[in-house]
Design a protein around this ligand. Structure first.
Ligand SMILES: [Mg+2]
Length: 290
C-alpha cells in the first residue's frame, strides 16, 4: 500500500510566513506522484479556503481547501457524530463558525447543547455569555488544547486552551478537548485521506511538537516523524517518555527520500533514547502547535 502523510503546518511547512526548506518541493512531489496527504492543524481560526490562499501566497502551487483539516472541522465532525441534532454557542473565528455551519450545527445563544471554544480573542461580553450558558447546562468543548500560539519567533498569544481553562475555572466544568493530540483528530484525518478501513500504521504524521503531533500519532499507532524546524530541539527529546519513529532536520530530508526511493536516515530516534536525563534548569512552557 502507498504511504500517506499527515502534515502539521507551522514549524513544518512554514515559519512566520516563510516556507521552510523543502516544503514547496515536497508539496509538488506529493501532488505529482499522487501520494495521499492532508495538512492537519490545531489552528481553528482559518477556514480550509483561507489556508489554501495563504499557502498560495507563500508560493506553493496546486493546493485547494480539500488538502486541509483543521481542529474546527474535527470539532464539528465530533459534535455531529455524538449528537446529530445539537446546537452550539461558539467563541471563535470564521474557521470555527464556518465548520459548525457546514456540519449543520445551528448557532444558539439561548440554550445550546455545547459551548465551543476556538482560537480568537472574543469580547468580555461573549465570554460572560459563554459562562452563563455553561452554568445553565451547556457542555464545554474546546477545538484544541493549545494554551499559547506562536505569533513570531519571540512572540506568542493566548490560545484556545487558555480561554477554555478560564471557563473551566469559572464554571467548575471540565472541558473536552478536540484537535491534536486527541486520537479523534488523527482517526478522522486518516479516514478523510484513505477511507474508513485503511490501517493507520501506513500513515505518517510529520510534526514539530512532541505533545500533540508526535504523542497523538504514536498513541493511535501511526508513524511519527519529528522535524527540528519548529518548536522542538533535539535535546528536548530526553524529556519525553514517548519518542518519534524518526527525526528529520526538516521536510527537505523527506523530499530526498521520496525522490530517491532510498531511506534517508540522517537521524533516528533510538539514538536519542540513550541521551542523559535532562537537568531541571529549564522551565518548559505549556505547548502549542497551531
Ligand atoms: Mg507545529
Amino acid at each position: 500500500m502507498k504511504r500517506a502523510y499527515l502534515l502539521d503546518m507551522d514549524g513544518v511547512i512554514y515559519r512566520e510566513d516563510q516556507l521552510i526548506e523543502g516544503a514547496s518541493r515536497l508539496i509538488t512531489l506529493l501532488l505529482e506522484r499522487n501520494i495521499p496527504f492532508l495538512f492537519v492543524t490545531n489552528n481553528s481560526a482559518p477556514t480550509p479556503n483561507d489556508l489554501a490562499v495563504k499557502m498560495a501566497h507563500l508560493g506553493t502551487k496546486g493546493l485547494s481547501s480539500r488538502h486541509f483539516y483543521t481542529s474546527a472541522l474535527n470539532t464539528a465532525d465530533f459534535l455531529r457524530e455524538m449528537h446529530p441534532v445539537c446546537t452550539a454557542f461558539a467563541l471563535g473565528e470564521g474557521g470555527l463558525t464556518h465548520a459548525l455551519q457546514e456540519a449543520r450545527i445551528p448557532n444558539d445563544s439561548i440554550s445550546p447543547h455545547y459551548v465551543v471554544v476556538g482560537e480568537g480573542s472574543p469580547s468580555s461580553e461573549k465570554i460572560t455569555k459563554a459562562h452563563e450558558l455553561i452554568e445553565k447546562g451547556a457542555r464545554l468543548v474546546a477545538t484544541n488544547p493549545d494554551c499559547w500560539c506562536p505569533v513570531s519567533a519571540h512572540k506568542t498569544r493566548p490560545g484556545a486552551g487558555a480561554l477554555t481553562a478560564y471557563l473551566e475555572t469559572s464554571t467548575g466544568q471540565r472541558a473536552y478537548y478536540l484537535g491534536k493530540p486527541n486520537p479523534y483528530m488523527f482517526s478522522r484525518a486518516a479516514k478523510r485521506l484513505l477511507g474508513a478501513k485503511s490501517p493507520v500504521r501506513e500513515v505518517v504524521m510529520i510534526g514539530d511538537t512532541m505533545e500533540t503531533d508526535i504523542r497523538g500519532a504514536i498513541e493511535i499507532g501511526m508513524q511519527a516523524y519529528l522535524v527540528l524546524s519548529g518548536s522542538t530541539a533535539l535535546e528536548d527529546l530526553r524529556n519525553y517518555v514517548y519518542q518519534p519513529t524518526r527525526v528529520l532536520e526538516n521536510v527537505a530530508d523527506l523530499v530526498k527520500e521520496i525522490e530517491s526511493g532510498q531511506h534517508c536516515d540522517r537521524l533516528s530516534s533510538p539514538t536519542f533514547r540513550s541521551l542523559a536525563p535532562a537537568t531541571h534548569s529549564r522551565q518548559k512552557k505549556r505547548y502549542s502547535t497551531a
